[in-house]
Design a protein. Sequence first.
Lengths: 118, 358
Amino acid sequence: MDEITRKRLETIGIDVDEALGRFLNNESLMMKFLLRFPSDENFSRLKQALDCQDSTGAFEAAHTLKGVTGNLSMKSFYQQISSLVEDLRGGALASAEEKMPALESQYTQIVSILNQLS
Amino acid sequence: MKDFKEETILIVDDEEINRAILANIFSPQYNIIEAENGQIGLAATQEYQDSICAILLDVVMPQLNGIEVLRRLRLQGLTKKIPIFLITADAGSSTMREAYDLGVMDVIFKPVVPYIVRRRVNSVVELFRARHRLGAEVERQRDQLLIQAQQLAEMGMGMVEALSTAIEFRSDESGEHVRRIHDITCLLLRDTPLGNGLSESQIKLIGVGAVTHDVGKISIPDAILNKRGRLTPEEFELMKTHTIKGAELLSRIPQMREHSAYQYAYDIALHHHERWDGGGYPHHLVGDETPIWTQIVSLADVYDALVSKRCYKDALAADVAMNMILNGQCGVFNPKLLEYFRQVEPSLRKFYHTSKGA
């Protein structure tokens, strides 16, 4: 992986070495899933579900996002989405909603950087 | 590593990225089957259960979640056969406890760390493989022991037969007498209702008892045993003691006494000269006081003596022999026994291949 790509990934909070390790240094496999992330619909599903006060739908979408971002070692996003998942598991919709603005700005940044890479 | 490749790991997860990461870890060593929900995972388990060596199972899935899959696999007894690993993102939840109760081997947390997953899965797969090998080895050894036990039993039987035949030889009878008494007795027990209530293994033991019916003759002097003319009353009294002597002999051999055939052998040796009306010896038992199997041996003994050549007589034709028996010329027998004997007598002739009288 070239230095520029690595730097970019690091700016959006990705632990590149850890992520590569999870894919056993199969870089192309890792990049395939990274570049697919912007088209993942779970973030918009999460937003919609929260707007409709649909806690089950919100939980499912957040849970999936947590899994994907964990696998890709998006450290800071993963941390935030994890605590959001716990809110939703406990049915604390309001608390989850409070976390959304910060989460969304991170998400937007991640997606825009990844889109530049593809 | 190549030879392990016949073994398959089933990955059940609704997220493609999870399946891809796990498949990437295990594909160098195992065949991989992927299932994107619980329903498909369950169907794949059924179809490939003989080659699956581990199942990696996600918990939160649409259709059928991991816990539900686990429950159904357990109902089919598969959780004992195939090690199942629960892959979950939620540490410390109640699911984990439930999963262990349902029989998962281990719980692995997401996001996974490859070398840990590989290590844990491989050691359990190896454990199951070793257990399987050990089970197969135990089974092989048990079969071996069974064969050896059977060989021992056959050898014991061979010794009994050898002893009995040696005794028969003394009285100038062919060793085949013993074999035929055995065969006739077993045939009457197997092919007529006389053997009702007796198992095949009991019939075999009675057969052993039939073989030793005359062992008491070892105590009878040659001069009486091989006398060409009629025995004097004194000689006959002595001859009769071969019954009591035979039973006594058997009871003095510890190996015989512990043999499962002993109860039959003892009674047959002692009572194979009793008759239905009490006219026999040594105890003048009447009717069914003599067990039916001993009655059968008595009849077989008489029949064989009539149709064979002996030192004191020539061989008689089979129909002549049968008539003598039915007319009571050789003592009174159980009418029921006589009836079945009459029915099967033609098939007894096959035991006397070339000899006259058949």
